[in-house]
Structures are given as C-alpha cells and as structure tokens.
Design a protein around this ligand. Structure first.
Ligand SMILES: N[C@@H](CCC[C@H](N)C(=O)O)C(=O)O
Length: 313
C-alpha cells in the first residue's frame, strides 16, 4: 500500500506532508522512522538529500473562517512534537496551495496558532514561557544564564543555559561563534540533563549584525536540523530576557544554516516568526508494516531499527 505525500521545507527544516483525511497510515511512528531516515529515507528531487525532519499529518477544514488545519508532527524517532514553528509555516503554505485563503488557524497540541501567507509565511508563536512548570524544568526558579553542575565532566561543562518554552522546551546557550560548537558532542548532555524532565531542544546562538546566528540540536530528530522555528523564537526571547537585544527593532533576524528567519518578541503579546516555506516535490510512499517496508532494501530496515533506540525522551 502507498500514500500520496508532498515535501515542504521552511528555511531548510524539511517535512514529509500527508493529508490525514482518508490517509491509510495506521502506524504513524513507524512511517516517520522509515521515511525520515537521513540515509535511506525519502529522496529529494535531485536525489541529493534523503529523509526529513518529521512527518506532518494534516487535516484541513476549508469551510471554516479562516480555514483551519489540524497539525500533528511525528518526528523521526516516532514521538509527537507539541509545536513546530517551521512546520506550522509549512502547514500554512500547504493550506494556501489548496485554498484561496491567505490566513489560517492551525491547531497544534500547544494551542491554536494564526498564520498569514504572502511571499513568505508568518505564524503567531504564543508567549515564550520561562516558569519552571511551563518549560518544564526540575527547579524552583527559572533557569536563566545558569551553569548546571550536572554537566560537569561532559563536553557541555561550564556553559550557561537559559531554559524557555516556545511551544516546546529549549535550552539556549549563547556562545561567541556557533560554527565553532561541536554540536553532536556538546548538545546531548544538555538535551538529556535531569533538569529537563521531558528533554529539551538545545539551541546555540551567537551575535550577528542584525540579530543572531543559530544552530539547534532537536529532540526527536536527535541531531542538528538546518533550521528550527521554536529555536529561533527561543533565541530572541532569551536574548531579550538577558538584555542582549539592542536597537529596539520590532523584528530581529535569526539565521540558522538553512536561511534567514525574522522573529518578533513583543512585551505585550505573542511572539511571531516569519520566513520562507514552500513545496519542493511530491510522490507516493509505501506504508510500512512494523517499521519494515516490503520491497525496500535491508539497509532501510536497519536504519529504522537503529532509530528505535533513540525513541525515548
Ligand atoms: N523544528 C521545529 C521544532 C520541532 C519540535 C522539537 N523537535 C521537539 O521535540 O521539541 C521548529 O521549527 O520549531
């Protein structure tokens, strides 16, 4: 059995998109594990890049005003993310490709988010939260620019971490140069720290001309992605809290490896995230049974098995 899919990306954060209305995928976690695999997953249009940062299962109510989309992001390890900023922007682009509308309400596990499509896509991201119960954080006080003793003896020792929830938990670390960070070594001890009972995405930021450069190691992907929207908002929110935002501009530029994102974190309202999002290609994908796809090589099955090991938060 196969299912129709489209591939979208938002500033390089890429997703397999499946219309959930009438979709035959019963085991969504198995589907995501197999097709997101960066070695053997879905190929891009040039055959140059495999896999994806997640699968968006979407249900569109085009008759609502504005049209509504229910969004479920299943990550490469099979977990469901409460929110995804670039995913939400891809959702709006997907809905705009199917309707005459330019404004959409997107229902996510983190709440409903309003998105507007023009030459780019802007999405409302909620108010960043620092309270320990909201992150969540195993602490009585917010974790702001603090060194965690539990990181002693790890490659992350001595780094100052700010914890913030921008729909999902982020640990933000400001460094002099994000490109100098050995992210696969430094991020995992923070991502799995006891301070974060549900784990955390780990976002590194360094000051740039009009904002910040960003690199994020994502929970659920268990690796670095080319962009992360909740991470970009986390950088701006943490920078604001720490007095690192200068100039008073409404919007700042946050630049992950995949392209520029614009972020606003006003005093009195939800954060906003703006940037490119577009469809790349489409096709049909086999629906796996028990993490295996009939007719796909043993290498694919090995990839799926390997990802099983990382499926716990
Ligand atoms: N790439 C996303 C974030 C997805 C969620 C994250 N991996 C988690 O499990 O918290 C974004 O653009 O925000």
């Amino acid at each position: 059995m196969t299912v129709a899919f489209e591939k979208y990306d938002g500033a390089g954060n890429d997703f397999v998109v499946v219309d959930a209305d009438g979709d035959p995928v019963e085991d969504r976690a198995a589907f995501a594990r197999v097709h997101c695999d960066r070695e053997v997953g879905v190929e891009n249009e040039a055959g140059a890049r495999h896999g994806a940062d997640g699968v968006l299962f979407l249900s569109l109510d085009a008759d609502a005003a504005p049209p509504r989309v229910t969004m479920t992001l299943v990550q490469p390890d099979g977990s469901i993310a409460e929110m995804c900023g670039n995913g939400a922007r891809c959702v709006a682009a997907w809905a705009a490709d199917r309707t005459d509308a330019t404004t959409f309400d997107i229902d996510t596990p983190a709440g409903t988010r309003r998105a507007v499509v023009d030459d780019e896509v802007a999405v409302e991201m909620g108010v960043p939260r620092f309270d320990p119960a909201d992150v969540p954080l195993a602490a009585d006080e917010p974790l702001v620019d603090a060194v965690l003793d539990e990181l002693d003896g790890t490659p992350a020792a001595g780094l100052a971490v700010t914890a913030v929830n921008t729909g999902v938990p982020h640990a933000v670390v400001f460094v002099d140069d994000v490109d100098a960070v050995d992210i696969d070594a430094v991020a995992p001890p923070i991502r799995h720290a006891d301070a974060f009972p549900e784990g955390a995405n780990v976002t590194f930021a360094s000051a740039a001309d009009e904002g910040f450069r960003q690199r994020t190691y994502e929970r659920g992907v268990e690796g670095e992605t080319r962009a992360c929207g909740t991470g970009a908002v986390a950088v701006a929110a943490a920078a604001k809290r720490l007095g690192r935002l200068h100039g008073g501009a409404d919007w700042i530029t946050v630049t992950p490896p995949g392209g520029d994102l614009a972020v606003a974190v006003p005093e009195d309202g939800p954060a906003r995230l703006r940037g490119p999002a577009r469809k790349r290609f489409e096709g049909e994908l086999p629906v796996p049974e028990d993490d295996r796809i009939a007719g796909v090589t043993g290498e694919a099955a090995l990839g799926a098995d390997r990802l099983d090991e990382g499926s716990e938060r």
